[in-house]
Design a protein around this ligand. Structure first.
Ligand code: ATP
Length: 329
């Protein structure tokens, strides 16, 4: 495995704010890698450190095995697609796409050929003469993508690139981005606060909280085998059962996570009272109070939904209860 990006003990502090705090990370060549976490958890700062727009206050960053500390952004084999796309309004689409090539000094015909190739790559052939204002949000997003890709980066950095799109377009762009990444075979490092987006697109996910990485793993790892209560809660809103409840139920004194969709109603070791119901379309989520703990349960469409105030027993399949490392009571 060739390592494209390596963070060794990287921190970026702004005064007393520890935006990134002692991060170790390896991203492989050709990998679709998601940086996932809530707002302010340090994802964008990590991306900016890779791009060279920020410098670490401690630690080091290597890009394809070479220390990048002294390498300015334009010399790094990476390009960024920004959330707001940052297109030049007065330039047409072709000139926007070719802008980086012009700055680099490429000739006019080479620029035109590369821009047309870029337009084709993002399925916008024929749009070269339009101005950004004459495009939809999704089309502008593709132009930003083409503009970054014509520079032939070895790593593409994407900062919440789908944030401004409506749900339907977002889902379409998710699968297009995924297949584009497969075709190009370069690493994509993708910042998002949307768990579903990270899980559905990435080969591996790093879950951030307060400047630190809580867990790195495949989507299945972080979803099914969370190593910390924060990961269990953030990635798919799992139930975190405190050690006293787990102890009472299965005799092991450790906190554990339990997915709302893994719980069955009817019989089982955990009892409680239904306190809330929420209709989600394809399922209904209920909240069951067991002493001081609220347990979320997802009932698929067609299942029997108990009324508020009803007493229910909850069970789960063997293996659904996942013990957490480093969990607190
Ligand atoms: P979001 O999803 O909202 O973009 P994020 O996870 O990308 O959040 P960052 O943008 O990396 O988070 O910010 C992490 C922390 O660092 C935040 O508390 C932020 O306010 C702070 N921060 C980021 N850039 C600067 C800066 N230039 N000066 C001071 N503080 C900063």
């Amino acid at each position: 495995m060739t390592v494209a990006i390596k963070f060794s003990g990287v921190s970026r502090h702004f005064g007393i704010v520890r935006a990134v705090d002692g991060v170790n990370l390896e991203i492989a060549e050709g990998e679709f890698f998601a940086l996932l976490g809530p707002s302010g958890s340090g994802k964008t700062t990590c991306l900016r450190l890779i791009a060279g727009f920020e410098q670490p206050t401690a630690g080091s960053i290597a890009i394809f095995g070479e220390d990048a500390t002294q390498v300015p952004p334009y010399r790094r084999p990476v390009n960024t697609v920004f959330q707001d796309y940052a297109l030049f309004p007065h330039l047409n689409v072709r000139d926007n796409i070719a802008y980086g090539l012009m700055v680099r000094g490429d000739g006019k015909s080479a620029r035109r050929a590369a821009a047309d190739e870029g337009l084709e790559l993002v399925a916008l052939d024929g749009f070269g003469d339009r101005k950004p204002s004459e495009l939809s949000g999704g089309q502008r997003q593709r132009v930003a993508l083409a503009r970054a890709l014509v520079m032939k980066p070895k790593v593409l950095l994407l900062d919440e690139p789908l944030g401004a799109l409506d749900l339907k377009l977002r889902e379409q762009m998710q699968s297009e981005l995924k297949s584009l990444q497969r075709r190009l075979g370069i690493a994509f490092v993708f910042v998002t606060h949307d768990q579903g987006e990270a899980l559905s697109m990435a080969d591996r996910v790093a879950v951030f909280n307060e400047g630190q990485i809580q867990q790195v793993g495949s989507p299945e790892d972080v979803y099914d085998r969370p190593q910390a209560p924060f990961v269990a809660d953030f990635v798919g809103a799992s139930n975190v059962l405190p050690a006293d409840i787990v102890n009472a139920v299965i005799g092991t004194h450790a906190a554990a996570s339990l997915r709302p969709e893994a719980i069955t109603l009817g019989s089982g070791p955990l009892g409680g009272v239904v306190e809330a119901q929420a209709f989600l379309g394809s399922a209904t989520r209920i909240e069951v109070r067991c002493n001081r703990q609220i347990i979320k349960v997802l009932i698929p469409k067609g299942g029997v939904v108990p009324a508020i105030g009803e007493v229910v027993q909850m069970g789960w399949a063997p293996g659904a209860l996942h013990m957490m490392d480093g969990a607190h009571g």
